[in-house]
Structures are given as structure tokens and as C-alpha cells.
Design a protein around this ligand. Structure first.
Ligand code: AHR
Length: 503
């Protein structure tokens, strides 16, 4: 019997809604087809944005969207994506398939999309191939409310009011596709570029995000922080160089060279994948320990602005488009990872799964006018009540290990618990075992629930939704539990995720 003890009175920290964020890059069919079809499309749209996709994302409560990349960000020149569409420059998307990018989705379209979604904005600037002036002017174009060359240009292009930039990334993966820099070199560039990311709205400042490490590159974290937190010369005080430091981590069961199929895998690959997802905890702790040295008050957020499963592309699709299917394995990776983020909410203040539509671990896939919700979508939907809630203390006793028969060892149960502002307790549980159900007793400390709602997502390990059968995997009401006083007993199906809401 696995026991879960919950102290709903012991609050451990605020879960930033942005931890449930998303990422959309000019890559494959994410922006074009997935989100943006243009005003003249037969696919129902509002100002060019797909209605069906926008509605589903709103229902999932998307808190923030990162754009335009990714690797694409460091070769994106924003002025190519403004003004009359027929006059916009075309470019080659060198990173992703060498296709022609016609720049019909640019700054105005991104802010229109975020307006429709009702989410915060995260714009990623170009350090790798862009100038300080270009970055500075972009911020002025978007957010300056007054008379200036860039604000005037924005108005000429039809947008009188400035927009609000919530987060601004100063480069992306500058240790790799964003310029192959050393940490010292990038650290100094960060100091310089961020100086000109001006705060035009003093009451709603832009949060500046510095490019952090790839996976376990602790040296990058150490050296970038050392360079960026060193005080400027007296008289040149710039309080606080960064609000966030990013971290990128993708899960591939067999390593970068052997990502494997998204749908055709055995139990060994299942457990290897989940083991790799659990590694996120170690990455947060170890990068976090370095951050603690430079930022003991935890003012700088760890922004895991790219995470998720990266498998081989679907057979027959463009290898540069990174289109993959999404099974119950992806659902468990998402469930485990979001539980880890919740439990590290003192340091992790934003995260963006890669990527939102039609690329890598997407929540939505599209094909022409058709759309489906992936198992990962359902996890974000089931977990949405954690957004903005307080993490509560929880502890699993007697957790079994799973995967031994496949020469892996993972804990069978992953959990996290939060308390919403209205006192509702949110519990999200994952059963990582492919074959074993889990008898569970949960004990609340004080609350005797008068109302319990629960939903479950379950299916075979490699089950997924198709355009022909879009509801193979979907949330179902879960009633197979017993509540007595402060105790709730249940048997959790193998390979499942359950979300409880208790009042
Ligand atoms: O998400 C796909 C790519 O992965 C991004 O463009 C890049 O930042 C990362 O390497």
C-alpha cells in the first residue's frame, strides 16, 4: 500500500502560472498552419489565427507564449516582419528545413495571437546575428508610448497603442545555435544588450531573461552568473541585470543520436524515457545550487523555457520540421515534469514546453482543417488548477519501484499538491508503471472533504490520438475512490494520471 501524506496547511511557495507556459517557433508547421492560416484561409480564423486552436489553448489556460525561437530567434530580423505583407522580405529558414519564410507572421501577429489567447508575452531577441541597436529598436517599437522613430513606425503600421512585453530573452542557446559563444563572452554581451532593453513602462517592467545552460552544463551557469552579477563601475549602477536564467532539457530515451520512434517503443524505452524525465529534478537542484551562490534570495527565476520529449520525426515527414506523435508516454513525461516544477516553485518561475503545435511534444496537432488534442494537452488541462496556487507539503511513503524487469528503476508514484486561493486542494498523481495498478491511501492533515472531483487519463503506453480517432485518449471522470474523514483510498490504474480537486 502506498500512502500519501498531505499537509494542506503547510504552504511551501507560490506556483507561478508561467510554469505552465508554451513555446512557438518558426519551425515546421507550428506557426504557419498550426496557429496562423491568414485572413483569407477557408479554415475558420480571427485575424488569421485558427479559431479551433485558439479556443483549445484558452480552455487549457495558457499563461505565457514564447516566440519567435529557438534557434530561429538568433537569425530573425524583426523589421522583415512588419508593414504590408506583400512587401515583407522573404528569407531562408536555415535551421529548420531550409524553407522559405515569408514573414507574414511577425510582431503585430504575435501580439494579436497573445491578445486572443489572453496570455503573457515572451519575446526572444537576437544576439547571435543581430545588433544592439536592432534589439533596442524592437523593444521601442513594441512598447514605447510616445513620439519616437520606432513608436511612429508602429503607428504607421496600424497599431496606435504600445503592447506589453512581459518577458524578453536576450538570445537563445548562445552556447550553440545562437552564436557558439563561451560563457564569459556571452555574459559580457548579455550585460551590454540588456542595457538597451529599456523599461518604457515603469509600473510593468519587462523581465529580462539571460541565456542559461544546456542540460548539465554547470560551468555555463557558473560563469555566466559570475560575469553577469559582477557589479558595474561606480556611477554606472544598473540594479539587477537579469530576472531569469533559462535552462533547456529535452528527453530522448536513447540519447541525442538515438531518439527512437514516438509511437513504436517497448517497455524498456518507456522506463528509460521516464527515468530521463525524472532527471529534471537533479538538473534543477544542481543548477539551483549554483544560482543560490549568486542569488541567495532567489530573485532570479530558473526559466526552463524549452523542455519535453524529442523523438524521431513521423515517417514520411520533413526531417527539419520535427513533427512527432504524442502517446501516453508523453503524458507521463509531462505529468512528472510538472510535478517537479511545482515542487521547486521557489526557483522555477517559468517553463515552456516545446513546442505548442505540430512540433516536438505538442499539445495540439493539425492536418488541414482538422485538429486533435494530444495526451499532453490533457495533462496541461488537468493540471491547470495548480497555476497561481500555493504548493502544499506532501510526502509518499512506501513508494514501490517500477521498471526493474526492464533494467530500470523509477518510483511508481509521482505527486504534487497545491492549495488554490478558495481553499481547494489540487492533487496530481502519476502511476509510472506500465503494468501494475497502485493501491493508494491519501491522508489530509485537517480537511475532511465535503466535495471531491477527480479526472483520470489512462490508456496503453503507446496509445495516441489520430485525426480519425481523436478521442482514443481523453480525460474521464474518475469515481473509483472512497473518502472516509481525512482519508481517501483509491486504486490507481497502471500507466495513468489522476487529478483530484478537494474542498
Ligand atoms: O525546439 C527546437 C530547438 O531546440 C530550438 O530551436 C532550440 O532552441 C533547441 O535546440
Amino acid at each position: 500500500m502506498t500512502k500519501i501524506f498531505i499537509n494542506e496547511r503547510n504552504k511551501k511557495g507560490y506556483i507561478h502560472p508561467e510554469v505552465y507556459g508554451h513555446f512557438s517557433e518558426h519551425l515546421g508547421r507550428c506557426i504557419y498552419e498550426g496557429l496562423y492560416v491568414g485572413e483569407d484561409s477557408e479554415i475558420p480564423n480571427v485575424n488569421g489565427m485558427r479559431k479551433d486552436v485558439v479556443e483549445a489553448l484558452k480552455e487549457m489556460q495558457i499563461p505565457v507564449l514564447r516566440w519567435p525561437g529557438g534557434c530561429f530567434a538568433d537569425e530573425y530580423h524583426w523589421k522583415d516582419g512588419i508593414g504590408p505583407k506583400e512587401k515583407r522580405k522573404k528569407m531562408i529558414n536555415t535551421h529548420w528545413g531550409g524553407v522559405v519564410e515569408d514573414n507574414s507572421f511577425g510582431t503585430h501577429e504575435f501580439f494579436e495571437l497573445c491578445r486572443q489567447l489572453g496570455c503573457k508575452t515572451y519575446v526572444n531577441g537576437n544576439v547571435g546575428s543581430g545588433t544592439v541597436q536592432e534589439m533596442s529598436e524592437w523593444v521601442e517599437y513594441i512598447s514605447f508610448d510616445g513620439v519616437s522613430p520606432m513608436a511612429d513606425l508602429r503607428k504607421e503600421n496600424g497599431h496606435e497603442e504600445p503592447w506589453k512585453i512581459d518577458y524578453f530573452g536576450v538570445g537563445n542557446e548562445n552556447w550553440g545555435c545562437g552564436g557558439n559563444m563561451t560563457p564569459d563572452y556571452y555574459g559580457n554581451l548579455y550585460r551590454r544588450y540588456q542595457t538597451y532593453v529599456r523599461q518604457y513602462h515603469k509600473d510593468a517592467p519587462i523581465q529580462k531573461i539571460c541565456c542559461g545552460a544546456n542540460v548539465d552544463d554547470y560551468d555555463w551557469t557558473e560563469n555566466v552568473l559570475k560575469t553577469c552579477t559582477a557589479k558595474p563601475a561606480p556611477g554606472n549602477g544598473n540594479p539587477g541585470f537579469m530576472d531569469g536564467l533559462s535552462l533547456h532539457y529535452y528527453v530522448h530515451p536513447g540519447g541525442w543520436q538515438d531518439k527512437g520512434s514516438a509511437t513504436d517503443f517497448d517497455e524498456k524505452k518507456w522506463y528509460l524515457t521516464l527515468e530521463k524525465a525524472l532527471y529534471m529534478e537533479e538538473l534543477i537542484k544542481r543548477h539551483g545550487a549554483i544560482m543560490d551562490q549568486y542569488d541567495p534570495d532567489k530573485k532570479i527565476g530558473m526559466m526552463v523555457d524549452e523542455w519535453g520529449c524529442w523523438f524521431d520525426v513521423e515517417p514520411g515527414t520533413n526531417p527539419g520540421f520535427l513533427y512527432q506523435q504524442n502517446t501516453m508516454r508523453d503524458a507521463l513525461v509531462a505529468g512528472i515534469t510538472l510535478n517537479i516544477f511545482n515542487k521547486n516553485c521557489d526557483r522555477v518561475k517559468m517553463a515552456c514546453i516545446a513546442q505548442m503545435v505540430n512540433v516536438l511534444q505538442s499539445v495540439i496537432l493539425t492536418e488541414g482543417p482538422r485538429m486533435l488534442l494530444t495526451p499532453t494537452y490533457h495533462i496541461f488541462h488537468m493540471y491547470k488548477h495548480h497555476q497561481g496556487a500555493e504548493l502544499a507539503e506532501s510526502f509518499v511513503e512506501g513508494n514501490q519501484t517500477a521498471g526493474a524487469e526492464a533494467q530500470c528503476r523509477v518510483p511508481q508514484i509521482s505527486e504534487s499538491v497545491s492549495v488554490s486561493a478558495d481553499g481547494t486542494v489540487n492533487i496530481t498523481l502519476n502511476n509510472l508503471s506500465v503494468s501494475e495498478e497502485a493501491p493508494i491511501e491519501m491522508f489530509l492533515t485537517e480537511m475532511e472533504p465535503s466535495r471531491i472531483e477527480a479526472v483520470v487519463l489512462t490508456g496503453k503506453m503507446n496509445a495516441y490520438n489520430t485525426f480519425e480517432e481523436p478521442e482514443n485518449i481523453k480525460e474521464e471522470i474518475f469515481t473509483d475512490y472512497k473518502a472516509e474523514g481525512r482519508k481517501i483510498s483509491l486504486t490507481m490504474p497502471a500507466c495513468s494520471v489522476i487529478a483530484f480537486r478537494i474542498k
